[in-house]
Write a protein that binds this ligand. Sequence first.
Ligand code: ATP
Length: 595
Amino acid sequence: MSELVFEKAADERKDAPRGQTRAERATVRPASAAQKSQRRARAPKPRGLKIAAWLQTFAELMWLPQAACLAHGIGLIARGEGVSAVLPLAAAVLALGFLKAIAERAGSRLAYRTARAILSEKREAALAALSRRSPLDTSRVASGEAASVIAEQAEHIVPYLARFQTARFKATVVPLAILAVIFPFSWIAGLVLLIAAPLIPVFMALIGWSAQSASEKHLADMGTLNAFLLDRLRGLSTIRAFDAVDLVSRRLTLRAENLRRRTMSVLRIAFMTSAVLELFSALGVAMAAAYIGFHLLGQIGFGAWGGTLTLSEGLFILLLAPAFFDPLRMLSSVWHDRAAGEAALSALDKLAEDGLSMVGAEKEDIAPAKASDRVRPVSVEFRDLGFVHQGSRDPVFEGFNLHVAPGEHVALLGPSGSGKSTLLALLAGLAELRHGRILIDDVTLDDANAARLRTRMAWIGQNPHLFAGSIAGNIRLHRDDISRGAVADALKLASLDHVAEAHGNAMVGENGAGLSGGEALRLTLARAAANRAAGLIIADEPTAHLDHRTASDIAEALLTLASGRTLIVATHDPILAERMDRTIRLNADFREVAQ
Ligand SMILES: Nc1ncnc2c1ncn2[C@@H]1O[C@H](COP(=O)(O)OP(=O)(O)OP(=O)(O)O)[C@@H](O)[C@H]1O
């Protein structure tokens, strides 16, 4: 039944609002304050990230004992001690360095692995939600937009989780630990750092507000440009046919220029953030160094709790001062990961939301039909059917009844909008009924049975979506259980074997480029034929937009395919309808059925 979903997805373009395709709309829009706080609440913090943050913080803290050993060693050398006194300290510095490197590496690996696992989970959830959604759901995200979010923007989550979250934790713990170590030696050096430090977050927050909005606008523009490109590439032949290539390329240039300006403003803010940070950290370190220098020279006597700092103590403070600012500098360098990461998380979460679901969408892991399965025609019954489209007030069906016997071939006729396609979609379980039941071989099409029943159906759509690839690949559609022989039989049945031979291993282009309209339809017939267990063929206007000769060829192939199977076909074609066992005429008021 997967082909049914694929083909309906291709029809989604007609659901886009007028004047602007959904693909054209921005993928990530600047968020309101409420949305932002919601997002922050959603940022995942699993155990792996917490452990990674602790490991990296531990690695950073290793500098404290290293600095102590270095300062003490230099103090010993200054006092004229021999190399033997310094050697154990040098060994300790080396050993601590190893420990630091190991902890740093383990922390980074764990952080990246966890972030990638979260990304995969989020991607899977988004894809699962998309596959559960009914093709009738008009609020479904456009394919271009979904592809851009899942494939490209989602990658921003990794640096956000792996770098920003751990950097933030380090920036909270490490400066406090360093202050706690410096204060017992000199309250004045601690005070200098304590005063310089908060200025950094304050300035970063001030700059961060504009950075956040600039980043979001940048991402939104990137999404719009992606969606615009994808949409226009898909419609390239239409653009050429209407001689609009120049106009479209001018619009593209305009959008690219907008994106360039946005990128520059994000970069400007990024440079400003790091300049401010460097300034304050340099000032902080310089002031601490000036105090220590003058204190050691005896020019400033206070600030060491009434005592005097030794050379080792002074050096120790001097070595720690830059390390005090390091985590803050790191945090600023990954500051921009946050905006992009949170926007990507929110876009993925939006995709993972459930909309109008197919019946039994949760149970898609049903074993496919085996080659040995024999085709068995099925009976179909619509009993007191009531259905209203999402967002619509007028019911399409109200008290509709119809029985189709096993092996019967039925045509649904009726004016445009009378509900033919809707009836076929309901039969395939693409939407929940308002009331009534659909029985297939006396089994109710409900959440428990729909997935299994769908394996016994084959769908032939009006606008079959053909994927770029070989003809055989397009028939098989990743259904590995379909053998080469089955593909050859299906091609023969759809009278497509000579076309397949002529094509050889040549690829069919996107949307069936390289095949005629009739051949593309035959390919859909072959897809249905390859499903050996399909006892029910559902065909939605298979001969629409075809010339008389091709239409009659397709009708012939359809009848061959449907022999020994139940066939329900929606059509406007009286010649095709005539060849069916029975014709059902749906009235325009959607209620009555005339036979
Ligand atoms: N996804 C949808 N959401 C809301 N309303 C819909 C949706 N699809 C169809 N409709 C509406 O339901 C009614 C029946 O549409 P349907 O496509 O079933 O008619 P049809 O008989 O197949 O028409 P046609 O012969 O032109 O294909 C129409 O009024 C249509 O506007």
